[in-house]
Design a protein around this ligand. Structure first.
Ligand SMILES: [Zn+2]
Ligand SMILES: [Zn+2]
Length: 94
C-alpha cells in the first residue's frame, strides 16, 4: 500500500513530526491506537491511519465508517423524495 513511510524516510520535517511513531510505521490507528500506516481509504475519498488488522477489515468491508452511513442516509433521502414526488404527482393527476 502507498503510505507515508516513504515520505517519512525522505522528508526530515515530516520525520521530526513523526518521531513519536515507532520505526516502520507512519501513524497511529484511528480505531485502536496501535501503530499503523497513513493511507487513502479503500472506498471513500479520505485519508486515515489504520493498523494492519483494521486495514484488512476496511478492505474486507467489515467496518462501516460514519461516512458510509451518511452516504446511505443520503441515498435513502433521495429515494424517499423521489417516491414522494411521484406519489404527489399521481395524486394531483387522479
Ligand atoms: Zn487498529
Ligand atoms: Zn507506513
Amino acid at each position: 500500500m502507498s503510505c507515508y513511510c516513504k515520505e517519512r524516510a525522505t522528508n526530515p520535517k515530516l520525520a521530526d513530526e513523526m518521531k513519536e511513531i515507532p520505526n516502520g510505521y507512519c501513524g497511529f490507528c484511528e480505531i485502536c491506537g496501535k501503530p499503523g500506516h497513513m493511507c487513502a481509504h479503500p472506498r471513500l475519498p479520505t485519508t486515515g491511519v489504520w493498523c494492519d488488522e483494521h486495514w484488512e477489515e476496511l478492505v474486507s468491508h467489515r467496518i462501516i465508517p460514519l461516512g458510509d452511513i451518511a452516504q446511505y442516509i443520503f441515498y435513502l433521502l433521495i429515494v424517499g423524495m423521489f417516491i414522494y414526488s411521484v406519489f404527489s404527482a399521481w395524486k394531483d393527476f387522479s
